[in-house]
Design a protein around this ligand. Structure first.
Ligand SMILES: Cc1cc2nc3c(=O)[nH]c(=O)nc-3n(C[C@H](O)[C@H](O)[C@H](O)COP(=O)(O)O)c2cc1C
Length: 240
C-alpha cells in the first residue's frame, strides 16, 4: 500500500497536453466521490463539483481558460466550487445527522455528541454569520482583545472565511487528482481562467467561487514539461 501510494504521488504531474482519447465518466465520477471524502473545515463541506463532459460546455470553459493547452486538449473538466454561502444549510445538515445518532444512555460517545451539538448550534453561527463584512470586523477586534489574555481563534473576518472554504476545497481537489492518477488518468489544476465567464457557463450563483478547474484526460508525454522541479527539501522542512 505504501509503495502504491508513493507511485501515485510521484507519477502525478500537471499535464498540459492530453491524448485525444475519451475517458470514462463513471471513473471520473468515482474520483469526485473520493474528493468529497477529503477532510474539511467543521465538516461543513462548503464545496460542489461540476463534472463537465458536454462538448459544447467544454468549448466554452476552454475559451474562458484562455484556451491554454491543458484546457484545449482536455477530455473532461472538473470544476471545484466553494459555496461559503451554504454554511447554514450544511450546519443544519450536520446537526440533524448528529441528533439522529441513536446512542444509549451509557454510550461513551454521548458526551462528544453533546459537544458537537453545541458546536453546530452556537459556535458555527458565531463564526460564519455575516452582514457586509461588519460582523466579521467586530469578531476580529473581539479576538484581538480577548487574545491578549488567552489563545483565541483569529481567522474570523469575511475574507478569512473565504480562505477557510478554499482550503478545504483545495484538499478535495488533491484527493481528486490522486484518485485520477490511481486510475491511470491525468489532470492539470488551473487557476488561469475568467471566473465570471465560467460561473455564467455553469449557471452558478453570485455567491459561489471557483476554487480551481481541473483538466482531465490521459497524458501525452509531450504534455509534461520536463522533470518535476522542487526547492531542496531541507529549505522547507523544519524539525523543532
Ligand atoms: C492552484 C493551482 C493553479 C494552477 N494553475 C495552472 C494553470 O492555470 N495553468 C497551468 O498550466 N498549470 C497550473 N497549475 C499547475 C502548476 O503550474 C504545477 O502544479 C506546478 O508547476 C508544479 O508542477 P507539477 O504539478 O507537475 O508537480 C496550477 C496549480 C495549482 C495548484
Amino acid at each position: 500500500m505504501k509503495k502504491e501510494f508513493d507511485k501515485i504521488v510521484r507519477s502525478r504531474r500537471s499535464v498540459r497536453k492530453f491524448k485525444a482519447i475519451d475517458i470514462s465518466d463513471d471513473v471520473v465520477k468515482d474520483c469526485i466521490l473520493h474528493a468529497s471524502l477529503a477532510p474539511n473545515s467543521s465538516n461543513l463541506q462548503l464545496w460542489e463539483f461540476y463534472h463537465v463532459t458536454s462538448k459544447k460546455l467544454m468549448k466554452k470553459i476552454s475559451y474562458a481558460c484562455f484556451n491554454q493547452p491543458a484546457a484545449r486538449t482536455a477530455s473532461q473538466f472538473v470544476v471545484v466550487v466553494t459555496r461559503k454561502d451554504l454554511w447554514n444549510k450544511r450546519r443544519l445538515f450536520n446537526l440533524s445527522k448528529i441528533k439522529a445518532r441513536n446512542l444509549k444512555l451509557n454510550d461513551k460517545h454521548l458526551k462528544n455528541r453533546s459537544i458537537a451539538i453545541k458546536y453546530y448550534k452556537y459556535l458555527i453561527p458565531t463564526v460564519y454569520k455575516e452582514f457586509y463584512g461588519i460582523i466579521g470586523l467586530f469578531r476580529y477586534f473581539n479576538a484581538l482583545i480577548i487574545g491578549l489574555f488567552r489563545p483565541i481563534y483569529r481567522q474570523v473576518t469575511k475574507s478569512d472565511m473565504r480562505v477557510v472554504a478554499h482550503k478545504s476545497s483545495a484538499l478535495a481537489a488533491q484527493n481528486f487528482m490522486l484518485s485520477m492518477r490511481s486510475n491511470g488518468y491525468d489532470t492539470c489544476p488551473m487557476e488561469g481562467f475568467d471566473s465570471l465567464r465560467v460561473k455564467k457557463t455553469l449557471s452558478l450563483p453570485r455567491s459561489a467561487e471557483i476554487n480551481m478547474i481541473i483538466s482531465c484526460g490521459i497524458r501525452d508525454e509531450k504534455g509534461i514539461y520536463g522533470d518535476q522541479i522542487r526547492v531542496p527539501f531541507d529549505e522547507i522542512y523544519f524539525k523543532k
